[in-house]
Each structure stands twice: as C-alpha cells, then as structure tokens.
Design a protein around this ligand. Structure first.
Ligand code: SF4
Ligand code: SF4
Length: 321
C-alpha cells in the first residue's frame, strides 16, 4: 500500500468515481513558454500533438456521451493545428457542452495567433488562464521575461470582447505559489487579485483558482536544484486534509493524453500511470459502465491534491484545516 492509500485508510476513506463530468483532453506538449512550475514539461520544441484522426475518433466518442464539459489542455491548446476545427465541431453537437480552454494568455500576442481572442469570444469558450501574481517580478520569474506584460495586454483584449462581464464569457485566473509553500486562502487572495487587477490594469475576471504546485516533472527538478524537494513533499504529506477527498477531480474527470491514452488525472498522465495500469486502452474504445468500476490509481504525489485546502483544476476544495 502506498503512503497516500495509507493516509486514506487511516482516515477510513476510499477514493471512488462519480458520474464523469469532464473530459480533459491534452492536445499535446507544444507551448511558446517554458514555465518553471510546468508539470507537463511543455515548450516550443516539443513535437507531441494529438493526430488528426485520433482527435476525430475522440470527438466521435465524446459526442455520444452525456459528459457536459470538455476541458482542453496542453501545452498551449491553441497551438494545435486542429484547435479551431475541434471547437467548431463540438459547437455543432446536438447536446450543448461547455468548452474550457486552459489558456496561456501570451499566445494572443504571438504572430499567427491574432484570431484567438475573437474566436474564443465568438464560440463562448470558458477561459482558465494562469496568472501566478499581480506583480510583474513574480510572474516573470516563474513564467519567463515579458510574460507579465503580454498576459496583461491579452486580458485587456479579452475584457474588451466581454470576458469577465458577459455571463456567457467566463474568464477565471489560476494562482500557484512561487515558492515551495501551499497557496494562501483562495477567498482572501481573490479579493486582493480583483482589487489590484482592476486598480492597476483595469482588468476584471470571474473566479480565482488557487492550485498547489505538484512536485513532479519540471517543478520537481526545480525543487531538487533548490534542495527543497524532500521538504516540500513532507509539507504536502503533513498537510493531508481528509475533507478534500470528496472534491478530488479524479472522481469525475476522464483525462486523455495526445495519444488517446486514458488516465485518472493530468498528473497521473505526466507520470505515465495509465488507467487501470493498461497502456493500450484508448478513449474511443472506453465503455463508461466498465470505467465506473475501475479503481483510481494513486501514489505519493496525490498528497499534492489533498494538502491544506485541497487542490484541483477548479481551485481549492475545502476550507483549510
Ligand atoms: S505551464 Fe502552461 S504556459 Fe507554462 S510551459 Fe507549461 S503548458 Fe506552457
Ligand atoms: S493526483 Fe490525480 S489521482 Fe491523485 S488525488 Fe490528485 S487527481 Fe486524484
């Protein structure tokens, strides 16, 4: 039994699936940035992208389900050559779906991507965008020089199109700590962010999601270089909060990688922990009835989701204990 399962057993808890609510599709590892906290090791030279025919098969499968949301991740999803066709196809489904894009806002200012802001508004995509601080120094240190100014100008463009004010155009920000600490309370930080972003840049947004940095991939290497990896892992274990289990995203999410392979979450995807330890299963063959009975694969990194107030793609899960 791994240390996370032991923690669950000690609290007399188990991790079970609920009805799938989100299909989280990773379109590939291509990105114009190389952020230090990136858990997918994305970057400008990565070649892994979902193939056109696999994307078609994935959407054929998705269309037949009742899953209400598709959550597009990467890399930078908009850099996939089929991004626009994907969105247009989902918008033609008989049953309407929410389409989320995990937007790296700087892409809006890259040559060749001038279409992004207007396209997203026209297709009413929900935007979830990383904005790890409201001060330039911290953002540039974590995400790269110039990222702060580029993100600010992108959010201003999105605001002009109605994002953050039109109820159909939601824009949420993601905060993740710069150091090896847990995020501060989400409610308090939301107030600070709303005030500072409005006052200094005239930017409005909907919600702020505080996400705990996961000590895997590039972020684990970064902590290792800082000689802080063991200390951070211990902090996550010591902060285990049983009340976070109910809201864990692996309970209602199906995570798919650029090859169509299946995972319990994006983190398991980066660790190559395939669903039910079966690397051959693909989303287009998935039987949801059988899926509902499969165990969720856990390991010590799961403490990253259950520390303090808990953490998921939608921010914190409970009040910190
Ligand atoms: S964190 Fe996002 S924007 Fe940064 S390198 Fe990774 S995928 Fe790209
Ligand atoms: S890392 Fe994945 S499997 Fe583990 S608790 Fe978090 S969401 Fe669930």
């Amino acid at each position: 039994m791994n240390s996370f399962d032991q923690a669950l057993a000690t609290s007399q808890l188990s991790l079970t699936r609920t009805t799938p609510r989100v299909l989280q599709l990773n379109l590939g590892k291509l990105c114009n940035l190389t952020c230090v906290h990136c858990h997918v090791n994305a970057g400008p030279h990565r070649k892994e992208l979902i193939r056109h025919e696999d994307l078609e098969r994935t959407l054929d499968w998705f269309e037949k389900t009742e899953i209400p949301t598709i959550d597009l991740t990467g890399g930078t999803p908009e850099m996939h050559p089929d991004f626009k066709a994907l969105v247009e196809r989902v918008r033609q489904f008989e049953k309407p779906r929410e389409i989320i894009t995990r937007l790296n806002a700087t892409i809006i200012n890259e040559p060749g991507f001038e279409w992004v802001a207007e396209f997203h508004a026209r297709h009413q995509l929900t935007i979830i965008a990383s904005m790890p601080c409201y001060s330039p120094e911290n953002v540039n240190a974590q995400r790269g020089e110039g990222v702060f100014d580029s993100s600010i100008s992108a959010f201003q463009k999105l605001n002009k199109l109605g994002y953050g004010t039109d109820p159909a155009l939601k824009m949420h920000f993601v905060f993740n700590p710069g150091g090896a600490t847990l995020p501060p309370p989400q409610e308090e930080l939301t107030e600070d962010y709303k005030r500072e972003m409005k006052q200094h840049f005239g930017i409005v947004f909907n919600d702020l999601y505080c996400i705990t940095n996961m000590p895997i991939a590039r972020y684990a290497s970064y902590l290792k270089r800082q000689k802080k990896l063991a200390e951070y892992q211990q902090l996550l274990m010591d902060s285990f909060n049983p009340a976070s289990i109910d809201g864990l995203m692996c309970r209602d999410t199906i995570s798919v990688d650029w090859q169509g392979r299946l995972f319990d979450c994006d983190f398991n995807q980066q660790l190559d922990l395939t669903l039910d330890k079966n690397p051959d299963s693909r989303i287009w063959d998935l039987d949801l009835e059988a899926f509902s009975k499969l165990p969720i694969l856990t390991a010590s990194h799961c403490f990253g989701c259950t520390a303090g107030a808990g953490s998921s793609c939608g921010g914190t899960l409970v009040a910190a204990s």
